[in-house]
Unconditional design. Structure first.
Length: 137
């Protein structure tokens, strides 16, 4: 099998408009597609080089019990999406999260990286990670 990598990550959200505002205004994603189907959903992409672009596909599920769904994914809380950045941009990203009122844990040095952990408005676990700056990271 010869795969090109991950095409996109799909997430359930209870309010698509609220989630779109968070992912575009706080995280800097751009809406690339809107779908006119029975379930409202959109595709978002991070800005940058096409080969490094992260895509997130948000599906609106107004009646979903998000806490129960998240606990089903991982009772230990390891189900998450991690976005990458450079060591140089990492402090500015932390400032942007603070400016936008996003509560986060970190920065934490874990393994070969440093990261902050937070949730989107629906409780989906997110991480922004950069190299730790240690030799070999």
């Amino acid at each position: 099998m010869d795969l090109d990598g991950v095409h996109h990550i799909g997430l359930n959200v209870r309010d698509l408009d609220r989630a779109e505002a968070f992912y575009t205004q706080v995280l800097g994603f751009e809406v690339t597609e809107r779908y006119a189907e029975s379930i409202r959903h959109i595709m978002l992409a991070s800005p940058g080089e096409p080969s490094a672009t992260a895509k997130v596909h948000l599906f609106e599920a107004k009646d979903l019990d998000m806490q129960a769904a998240l606990e089903t994914l991982s009772s230990e809380g390891y189900a998450h999406i991690a976005f990458g950045t450079t060591r140089e941009r990492f402090p500015g990203i932390i400032e942007e999260l603070q400016k936008n009122g996003v509560s986060f844990k970190g920065p934490l040095v874990m393994g070969k990286g440093e990261s902050v952990h937070f949730a989107d408005p629906d409780g989906n676990s997110l991480e922004i990670r950069c190299p730790s700056g240690k030799p070999g990271s």
